[in-house]
Design a binder for this molecule. Sequence first.
Ligand code: 5GP
Ligand code: ZN
Length: 120
Amino acid sequence: PATTSDPDCVFCSILAGKIPSAAVRESERIYAFRDIAPQAAVHVLVIPRTHEYANAGEIASGDPELAAELLREAAAVAKGEGLAEGGYRIVLNTGHHAGQTVYHVHAHVLGGEPLGRFGA
Ligand code: 5GP
Ligand code: ZN
């Protein structure tokens, strides 16, 4: 599938360089950067460069290889940030009740300290 972009999407604006971001990891189809409002000692967002998929279910159905790459990159970010030993959490919020605010699929990588069981 082709790469799409939405001018009203904050993550597409980050990908286009219109909003600055602190890069953590980059590949051809994936970009990882620090969350602007960190909820843990380490909080990185991992996104595909395409706007095509709003959430985990959509990307898994629409481009399974890209979905797998998103998870591989999230794990690589965790390793690179020194989280592999102590452990970390990958979060993929979907929809209103989960508090999803950006409808461009993104994996949160959280760690660097003990995390609460599930809440923020
Ligand atoms: P969601 O709640 O949709 O799962 O997560 C969206 C995340 O994007 C939030 O954790 C929020 O802090 C982060 N975020 C929103 N706007 C920006 C921004 O302009 N820059 C960065 N680095 N993160 C952002
Ligand atoms: Zn987008």
